[in-house]
Design a protein around this ligand. Structure first.
Ligand code: CA
Ligand code: CA
Ligand code: CA
Ligand code: CA
Ligand code: CA
Length: 679
């Protein structure tokens, strides 16, 4: 035994020892800067950008900490200065939804300052609110689903704040905190990749991380490179992206190793090599701070701006063509600012409900009741699938809550006769008791009243989706509920003495896999069911009808659809005409189909954040409902109510968003129900 240990122990130690930092020692070709700016008098240079197209030629704007923002010509002459606090970071976009903008990060006021840039000078356009952390840097990025402009502000404690920048009514630029992200330790630099809809941050001690710029996306970052495990030799500092529309390089300052490293973003950030940068006099820049890339006349492959931490020069201008040549990499064209377009037509929500009481995936499915006498008094039922059933008014306030267990989905119909009076009847799937729950919506007192005649067992292993059907032919009311295996069961709802109601099973429909969202088209006696990974199906809604379904839209055939298909509902134009809208959960959008005929697909839309109202966009919708009835001011043509999987702006528990039908109709050129429309 001892002998064996002696033999194997050194091998084991060798295997476990950290890999030598080969990259750190690897010789890196030196690329000499074409020009450099003089050292700043008042503070260490940290980050600079070049703005071209300025009258009098391109201009370099370089941070000088308490010295503000210095202006230089590219041949190294200081031409001006803006006092803007303790400037540590600067970023710009000349093409953005809010026009040309320069943003600076002020470490003294802990704010961002916004400027326009014209005729070689900056004009203040507004400031952010102060951050509650020590600001270290700023970058800009475009959202992949809304194409909106976001500022990413990074901080001393690993803070990452994402703010939506928008034009306020008075012409100023304002910002709203859309979400807050965190890494464990100090971050000084970041860069946005507008084409990919991502941004990269440099966590000084740990490495380079990539996040989605979509505030509704998962917040988990991807690690691109790290000291010890990857190619970085030490602390990581500035980041820049050189993107000519085809190829894109991520360039990172490996300050610990005194090198710049290149990663190919077209190959998921694969490492491609390192260079050392020399000043025009041949001396090496031992530690580069901030980086940026710009299209500059005379640099056919673009220019790289390097901040010299030692302040021998402040900023050095490097020909990117020489960088790629030194590494035997293909040279790109001049970097371009990409102008992303949203993938789908976009609308914004006008109202959002109060967040539900439970954290995590809790809100699920809404149902709208339109008050025919006083539309502004319309109501919305919404499930908290961990706790019960909420009742909201049209302002999103909670008017009632029934702690009724794990109610997953809910639907409602009016005109159910109970003890000789028409009532608004609601049905919900109860996953706590495996039952169907029956409620009366007391619209006068704005209360949810349980009217189940004792427990109503569903016989389903896990009652999940639900919808209701009111037969025009027979006047009977039905509830259809699914389990999670493709079984859909239909019951008739019958009144019982004493103001109670019960269910009576009438038939089963079978699909091959999990279903949840469903809606009945009462006037046309059709039932629509979303098979989550597969398709939207149409069935006869009458219990005596055919059990065979027809596929309407399949995930496989329509690139606009991404599983899961979730909530589905109906917008009624009257006369049997209208639209079906289904949640395409996998890409945060809604698919619109014609209600009548062969249910043609008409297009998709997404609900995005609105800086002015401060309401965030909608992602990963589970349940949704539509009404074409007037629902009060702003909602004269009805509304869509949809569950939002990520309630941000600010970060909070899930809720429901209310979108005007008029906005959806305008975005996709759809019709709006006129007040004369009939069912
Ligand atoms: Ca969910
Ligand atoms: Ca589902
Ligand atoms: Ca949201
Ligand atoms: Ca659901
Ligand atoms: Ca919100």
């Amino acid at each position: 035994m001892i002998r064996t240990s002696l033999v194997y122990a050194p091998l084991l130690i060798a295997a476990l020892a950290p890999a030598p930092a080969v990259a750190q020692q690897a010789p890196a070709p030196t690329v000499k800067a074409v020009s450099a700016m003089p050292a700043t008098a008042t503070g260490e240079p940290n980050q600079a950008i070049v703005i071209s197209g300025a009258t009098g030629g391109p201009i370099l704007l370089g941070t000088a900490k308490l010295g503000g923002l210095d202006h230089f010509t590219l041949d190294g002459h200081r031409t001006g200065n803006d006092q803007a606090g303790e400037v540590v970071g600067v970023a710009s976009r000349m093409q953005s939804p809010i026009g040309p903008i320069v943003v600076t990060a002020d470490a003294r006021a802990n704010r961002l300052h916004f400027f326009s840039f014209a005729n070689g000078s900056l004009k203040p356009l507004g400031d952010s609110e102060p951050f509650d952390f020590a600001v270290e840097g700023v970058c800009l990025t475009r959202g992949p689903s809304d194409a909106a402009l976001y500022a990413i502000t990074v901080g001393d404690g690993g803070e990452i704040a994402q703010d939506l920048l928008y034009a306020a009514a008075d012409g100023s630029i304002a910002s709203r905190r859309i979400r807050s992200l965190h890494l464990p330790s100090k971050i000084k630099f970041c860069v946005g990749d507008d084409r990919a809809g991502t941004f990269y941050v440099a966590e000084e001690q740990t490495g380079i991380w990539r996040f989605s710029s979509d505030p509704e996306a998962d917040a988990a970052p991807a690690l691109i490179d790290s000291p010890r495990l990857g190619h970085l030799g030490g602390e990581v500092a500035g980041l820049a992206i050189a993107d000519d529309g085809k190829t894109a390089w991520l360039i990172a300052s490996d300050a610990g190793a005194g090198q710049l490293r290149l990663y190919n973003l077209a190959a998921d950030g694969a490492y491609r090599g390192a260079i050392t940068v020399a000043r025009p006099d041949g001396s090496v820049i031992a530690e580069a701070a901030g980086l940026s890339v710009a299209a500059v006349p005379g640099f056919p492959h673009g220019a790289l701006v390097v901040a010299d931490k030692d302040n021998k020069v402040s900023y050095a201008l490097v020909d990117l063509g020489l960088v790629t040549e030194a590494l035997r990499l293909p040279a790109g064209g001049p970097p371009i600012e990409t102008m992303p377009k949203p993938r789908f037509a976009t609308v914004t929500a006008r109202v959002e409900t109060k967040p539900v009481g439970d954290a995590g995936d809790a809100a699920d499915d809404p149902a709208i009741w339109a008050d025919p006498a006083d539309p502004a008094r319309s109501l919305i039922l919404g499930t908290d699938k961990r706790a019960g059933l909420y009742l909201y008014d049209m302002s999103g306030a909670v008017v009632d809550f029934l702690a009724a267990g794990k109610l997953n989905n809910v639907d409602l119909r009016d005109g159910f006769m109970l003890d000789g009076h028409p009532i608004v009847l609601a049905a919900a799937t109860d996953r706590t008791n495996k039952t169907i729950r029956l409620f009366m919506l007391d619209t006068e007192h704005r209360k949810i009243v349980d009217i189940g005649d004792g427990p109503q067992p569903s016989g389903l292993g896990d009652p999940y989706g639900v919808c209701m059907y009111k037969s025009v032919k027979s006047g009977r009311f039905y509830v259809i509920a699914s389990d999670t295996e493709g079984l859909n069961r239909q019951w008739e709802i019958v009144a019982r003495p004493g103001g109670k109601a019960a269910i009576k099973q009438v038939r089963d429909l079978h699909l091959a896999s999990q279903t949840e969202g469903c809606v009945a088209d009462d006037a046309n006696a059709k039932l629509y069911i979303d098979e989550e990974d597969v398709a939207l199906w149409q069935f006869d809604a009458e219990p005596g009808g055919s059990d065979r379904g027809r596929q309407i839209g399949t995930v496989a055939d329509n690139p606009a659809l991404a599983a899961d298909l979730e909530g589905v509902s109906l917008y009624d134009l009257g006369g049997g005409r209208g639209y079906l809208i289904a949640s395409s959960q996998g890409n945060n959008s809604y698919a619109v189909y014609r209600r009548e005929g062969d249910n043609a697909y008409l297009g998709s839309f997404a609900v995005i954040a609105d800086g002015v109202t401060g309401i965030d966009g909608i992602s990963e919708t589970d349940g949704l409902d539509l009404s074409s009835r007037p629902l009060g001011p702003g909602f004269e043509a009805g509304a869509m109510v949809a569950q939002d999987g990520r309630n941000v702006l600010p970060d909070a528990a899930q809720n429901f968003k209310i979108v005007r039908w008029a906005d959806i109709a305008a975005a996709l050129h759809l019709e709006t129900r006129t007040t004369e429309g009939k069912d």
